[in-house]
Design a binder for this molecule. Structure first.
Ligand SMILES: [Fe+2]
Length: 196
């Protein structure tokens, strides 16, 4: 029988924070805990994998929006500067929703940007400044990659009985992404400003 260490008195403990603590991982990435949500282990594993991919790509899309919000140029600077920041804010809300869905299913949400960079399928932009139409095209391509994957993941989640994940992908990821893509794409229409 292991001997129990004597309980520390308040005076012994004092109020010094116990700093620089290290510990082992208590759940590995890519695993799911059993939670009483009425879904099979396989369904929760599958949804977590698809949601984490969507989460990684959405985190990159959020970062692209902020990058282009900062680097915007030219006569449409003000409206695009504001629009891209609005979209970034909406993506940030979405990121939190997706991550918490992974946790709800017993999984581990991808969080560290270096891990995100390893997993994302969104191509890395140049570190410098692209021309404005190229910035917008890049955002649209990122949106489409996320939307194509979200449609497929939503269908598969539905087939596996995971209605909550299906709903999140359709109602949040797809609806938000489609609307944002529309607002962006209109900025690539070459329409006359003064004379038709
Ligand atoms: Fe800003």
């Amino acid at each position: 029988m292991p001997t129990k260490s004597p309980a520390k008195s308040a005076a012994t403990r004092g109020s010094q924070p116990m700093l620089h603590q290290k510990g082992m991982q208590i759940q590995e990435f890519g695993t799911v805990r059993q939670l009483p949500v009425g879904l099979s282990h396989d369904a929760r594993m599958y949804s977590c994998e698809r949601l984490n991919q969507c989460l990684a790509d959405s985190q990159i899309l959020y970062s692209l929006y902020k990058k282009h919000h900062w680097l915007m140029r030219g006569p449409t600077f003000y409206q695009l500067h504001l629009l891209l920041d609005k979209h970034a804010g909406e993506q940030l809300e979405l990121i939190d929703t997706i991550a918490e869905r992974v946790q709800t299913l017993g999984g581990v949400a991808i969080g560290d940007p270096r891990h995100v960079a390893e997993i994302t399928v969104i191509p890395r932009p140049p570190d410098g400044v692209e021309e404005v139409p190229a910035m917008i095209s890049r955002l649209l391509e990122a949106h489409e990659a996320i939307l194509i994957a979200a449609h497929d993941a939503a269908k598969r989640a539905d087939e596996m009985g995971d209605d909550g994940t299906n709903d999140l992908l359709v109602s949040d990821v797809i609806r938000t992404g489609e609307l944002q893509a529309w607002f962006l794409a209109e900025h690539l229409v070459d329409t006359p400003l003064v004379e038709s």
